[in-house]
Write a protein that binds this ligand. Structure first.
Ligand code: 7RM
Length: 633
């Protein structure tokens, strides 16, 4: 028998070997012993990277919500499943037990059904971080509807393109959302988005802020009266292992965002197993991940992973700076948080505020600290370790992606510890490879290359919604028979991995992946703008920030308001997170002879690293580069 818990280094090594030598036996055992199935599988794994087809636990049937909720009712019905901490600390927190969650999810699921939602339909969820967000996700899963959560910071046009891409029939939103001292009018953003969405039949509206909203009769419904009328029993729909569980959009380096499709059984097994072991979750622990459920981290490690383990998962509605920068630490103290999982950008922002906002709080409940989203710099790692963990809490630097569904490379606290800036070793079942420029795998230690994965794992995304060809090209074409992550990495003398960052045109700003192409598209909509190129440069707080090089159609059109107008366009098309920090107007952009913008050179200029521009043999217009360097910000 293979234990669900990894019990130390030797156990990790043994299990790792088993998972690589006989993946089917390994994952078959983990899946069989630890979950509720309605029908067993006929084949653990079937895969072919050349056609980008992977299936896990084929032939089996299950419902993930029975694994997240129903099976815990007997022994843990009165345990808190979701601990909700509101934006305003004056408002009381809310403990939702597993019994409560069961009823609330079922009622919600019955409401979905009453509005005509069936298995396989897509439901868009555009909500702030309130319990209804987690509950609506689970309600969809209960009846086999595919949820597509869109982060509530996205603009109306970003929302409508995501709704249309996967033909959502319904959207679930709220009258508004509290974020710090701000009140976001979500319903009016939805109303604007829906002007461009013909497929939406109904809009469910959660009351949160009590702000005035307009309701379209026959289309828009307040949720509460519908819930009140619904039964608290809803039989879980029987799902096949490979039925899609959800779609989640992620930016690519080119084109439209990609609707990554995750399926049911493999995602369940892997998120549960990684959660248990990486966070070392024990029965009485209170686990808190500060991500938003609008991102994959929230899907896998606020909702599914913790609930599959019968954990208490804290959901925070607000922001780290409200009412002051001590808020995170005050929440840790109040709820005696044991595992705390956040992003480097948040750590840097909090470190900048000094220790005065940390010291007043008792952080002694903490056992494990986590980080995710981008490479963590050494300084931030030490601050986290010294001042939050007080040298007593292992730090798990977890590397993974929307596409991977679960954590891929991370320390396992009882087995081996982290080292600053290193995500360390692959999790059980994960077979990384570093590739060189010629497409060959680089063997051995103390090497650096492009990070690939050479064998399937249960929670990998199965396709891009509506475009399998793009899935295959993006992830399985750069290197033969390998999944390409888009990241660079090095492997040190002990075989530990350090992720060095993206090698494509995706820039990670405050932990949000932003493709440069959609930002450039938004800017280029301005009638006075000819062309633009966006690059990232290092930023103390955000990790990377955006620098835009922009050319005007007529240089005399340069006006004082142009920078503001550019950022307004970006906010409208993508969201405020993609606004430019620096804007430089220039008479031209460096181009190759074939007309491609040489972003590589612009990146160096933005990073103030112009002593050696590298190979400029294909550069058509060197005089432009000199001018840009001279005027750079
Ligand atoms: C979970 C998540 C994925 C990209 C990924 C990396 C970067 C994430 C780390 C990291 C260094 C880490 N999904 N990334 N975690 N880089 N160390 N621990 O963030 O799809 O939004 O982003 O994020 O570049 O490819 S994501």
């Amino acid at each position: 028998m293979i234990k669900f818990e990894i019990k130390g280094l030797e156990d990790y090594q043994n299990n790792y070997s088993k998972s690589v030598q006989n993946p089917e036996a390994f994952w078959g055992a983990i899946a069989k012993e630890n979950f509720t199935w309605k029908r067993p599988w006929s084949k653990v794994l079937d895969w072919d990277f050349s056609s980008a087809k992977v299936s896990w636990f084929q032939g089996s049937e299950l419902n993930i919500t029975e694994n997240c909720i129903d099976r815990h009712l007997e022994n843990k019905g009165n345990k808190t499943a979701i601990l909700f901490e509101p934006n305003n600390p004056i408002e009381p927190s809310e403990a939702i037990t597993y019994n409560d969650l069961y009823k609330r999810v079922n009622r919600f699921a019955n409401v979905l059904k009453s509005k005509g939602i069936q298995k396989g339909d897509r439901v868009c969820i555009y909500l702030p971080m309130i319990p209804e967000l987690a509950i609506s996700v689970l309600a969809c899963a209960r009846i086999g509807a595919i949820h597509s959560v869109v982060f509530a910071g996205f603009s109306a046009s970003a929302l409508s393109s995501r709704i249309n891409d996967c033909d959502c029939k319904m959207i679930i939103t709220s009258d508004g959302g509290f974020r710090g001292s701000k009140n976001i009018d979500l319903k009016s953003i939805v109303d604007t988005a829906l002007l461009d969405c013909n497929g939406i039949e109904s809009v469910l509206v959660v009351k949160r802020t009590n702000s005035e909203v307009s309701m379209v009769s026959g289309r828009d419904f307040w949720l509460q009266p519908l819930l009140d009328a619904a039964s608290e029993v809803c039989e879980a729909t029987v799902m096949k292992a490979e039925d899609p569980l959800f779609i989640l959009y992620t930016s690519g380096s080119t084109g439209q965002p990609k609707g990554m499709v995750h399926s049911t059984a493999g995602y369940m097994v892997y998120t549960a197993y990684t959660f248990k072991n990486i966070f070392q979750y024990e029965a009485e622990d209170v686990y808190w991940c500060t991500a938003d459920i609008g991102w994959i981290t929230g899907h896998s490690y606020i909702v599914y992973g913790p609930l599959l383990n019968g954990a208490t998962t804290l959901m925070f509605e607000g922001v780290p700076s409200y009412p002051d920068y001590g808020r995170f630490w005050s929440i840790v103290e109040t709820h005696k948080v044991t595992q705390f999982y956040t992003a480097p950008t948040a750590i840097r922002a909090l470190a900048k505020e000094g220790l005065e906002v940390v010291k007043p709080y008792d952080l002694s409940s903490l056992k494990i600290l986590g980080t995710v989203g981008e490479p963590i710099n050494e300084e931030a790692w030490h601050w986290y370790n010294n001042h939050i963990g007080k040298h007593k809490c292992p730090i798990v630097d977890t590397w993974w992606q929307t596409e991977t569904g679960g954590i891929m490379i991370s320390p396992i606290p009882n087995s081996f510890e982290g080292k600053p800036t290193f995500a360390t070793l692959p999790f059980i079942g994960i077979q990384p490879a570093l590739m060189d420029e010629n497409g060959q795998e680089i063997e051995g230690n103390s090497v650096e290359g492009r990070l690939c994965v050479k064998f399937p794992w249960p929670s990998m995304a199965r396709t891009i919604w509506g475009n399998h060809q793009r899935y295959k090209e993006t992830y399985f074409s750069a290197y033969d028979q390998k999944y390409f992550t888009g990241d660079g990495a090095l492997r040190d003398e002990n075989g530990h991995y350090r992720i060095t960052g993206r090698v494509d045109d995706v820039i990670i700003v405050s932990g949000h992946n932003l493709g440069t192409a959609p930002i450039e598209d938004a800017i280029n909509e301005h009638i006075n703008i000819a062309e633009s190129a966006i690059v990232g440069y290092p930023h103390d707080i955000k990790g990377s920030a955006l620098y835009g090089f922009i050319t005007l159609k007529n240089p005399q059109d340069l006006s004082d308001s142009l920078k503001t107008e550019i950022n307004q366009l970006i906010s409208k098309h993508i969201g405020p997170i993609a606004k430019l920090d620096k804007i430089q107007f220039t008479l031209g952009l460096p181009k190759t002879r074939s007309g491609k913008i040489m972003r590589r050179i612009l990146r160096k200029i933005a990073c103030k690293d112009t002593s050696n521009l590298g190979d400029i043999s294909t550069l058509l217009n060197p005089e432009v580069v000199e001018a840009i360097i001279k005027n750079s910000i």
